[in-house]
Design a protein around this ligand. Structure first.
Ligand code: AMP
Ligand code: FE
Ligand code: ZN
Ligand code: FE
Length: 283
C-alpha cells in the first residue's frame, strides 16, 4: 500500500486540476491519495468524479492557522481529513480565510506596483483561476515579467519571501482543532518541525494540542531533516498521536514528486476510524 496524504490541486496552489491529480496519483502507483488544498474543499467533487479504478481518495484540506502563545505569533498548517464539508461553522471559517487571502494578494499587488512592478490583481486572480489565492500565483506574475525564473526564486527575501509579503488571515490553532473535530474531521499538524519554513512551535504546544484533540503529526515531509522526522515520530509515540508522511505535491510549482513520502497503512486506518464526517471514496 502506497499512501500519500497531502497534495494540492488547482483548487489552491497546485498546477494539476483535481482530475489530473488523481490520474497522476494512480500513474505514480499510489493506492490512496489525499487532496488537501489550502483553505478549501472546492477540489473534492472533481477529484471524486475522476477517480481511477484502484485508487482511494481521502478528502481533506490544509488550514492556515496561527499560535498566539508567543509574540509575534507563529503561523502553522493543520491538515484536516474527512470532515463534513457542510458543517456551517467550519465552512464559514474557510470562506473567511479565502476572502482574506484575496484582499491580502491585492494588497501585495499594490506593494509591487508602488515599486514600479507592473503586475495587476486581475492577472494574479487569473492565475488562481477561481481557486484559493496564494503567493505562488503572485510568483507567476513575476515570472511572466522575467523578474524571477521559478516559483521558488520568487520566495527569496527580496520578493515574496519578505519584502512584498503580507501576513495572511488565519484561525487560532486551538479553535481550528476544535472546529475540525466538531465537523467530524481528523486534525493532523502538517510539517510541525520544518524550520526551513520559518519559526517552529515548541513541543509543549504539541502536548497541549494533543490534549485539545489533535490526532496526528506529519513526520515524513521534504522540509524535515532525518533528525526532525525522528523527533516528530518519537513525540507522536510519546503522546499517542498517529504519524503521517506525504509529498505535499504542488505540481510544477515545486520539484517534489507524488509519493515522495508515504504514510503506513495502520496509521492511515487510524485516520479512517477516527473520522465522522465523510468516508474515503474508492475508484
Ligand atoms: P501563502 O499560503 O500564500 O502564504 O503561500 C505559501 C505557499 O507557497 C506554500 O503553501 C507553498 O505552496 C508555496 N511555497 C512556499 N515556499 C516556497 C518555495 N520556496 N518554493 C516554491 N513554493 C513555495
Ligand atoms: Fe501551498
Ligand atoms: Zn503546509
Ligand atoms: Fe501543503
Amino acid at each position: 500500500m502506497r499512501i500519500d496524504l497531502h497534495t494540492h490541486s488547482t483548487a489552491s496552489d497546485g498546477t494539476a486540476t483535481p482530475a489530473e491529480l488523481v490520474a497522476a496519483a494512480a500513474a505514480a502507483g499510489l493506492d490512496v491519495v489525499a487532496v488537501t488544498d489550502h483553505d478549501t474543499t472546492a477540489g473534492w467533487a472533481e477529484a471524486a468524479a475522476a477517480l481511477p479504478g484502484g485508487l482511494t481518495l481521502v478528502r481533506g484540506a490544509e488550514l492556515s492557522c496561527r499560535w498566539h502563545g508567543v509574540d509575534p505569533p507563529i503561523s502553522l498548517h493543520l491538515l484536516a481529513y474527512l470532515f463534513d464539508p457542510a458543517d456551517a461553522t467550519l465552512a464559514a471559517e474557510l470562506a473567511r480565510l479565502r476572502e482574506g487571502r484575496e484582499r491580502r494578494a491585492e494588497a501585495m499587488v499594490d506593494l509591487l506596483r508602488a515599486d514600479g512592478i507592473d503586475v495587476t490583481w486581475d492577472e494574479v486572480r487569473g492565475y488562481a483561476a477561481g481557486g484559493t489565492v496564494g503567493r505562488p500565483h503572485l510568483a507567476h506574475a513575476l515570472i511572466a515579467r522575467k523578474l524571477v525564473g521559478t516559483v521558488s526564486e520568487a520566495f527569496a527575501s527580496q520578493w515574496l519571501g519578505r519584502r512584498y509579503r503580507i501576513p495572511k488571515p488565519d484561525i487560532d490553532v486551538f479553535r481550528a482543532v476544535e472546529l475540525v473535530r466538531a465537523a467530524g474531521g481528523v486534525p493532523v499538524f502538517a510539517h510541525p518541525r520544518a524550520s526551513v519554513r520559518g519559526r517552529i512551535v515548541p513541543d509543549s504546544l504539541i502536548v497541549e494540542l494533543a490534549a485539545a484533540g489533535l490526532a496526528g503529526l506529519e513526520a515524513d515531509h521534504e522540509d524535515h531533516t532525518p533528525e526532525q522526522r525522528e523527533h516528530v515520530r518519537a513525540l507522536a509515540v510519546e503522546l499517542g498521536l498517529l504519524v503521517t508522511g506525504s509529498s505535499d505535491f504542488h505540481g510544477t510549482n515545486k520539484t517534489v514528486k507524488l509519493g515522495a513520502h508515504t504514510t503506513a497503512p495502520q496509521e492511515y486506518q487510524r485516520i479512517v476510524h477516527a473520522a465522522r464526517g465523510v468516508a474515503p471514496v474508492s475508484g
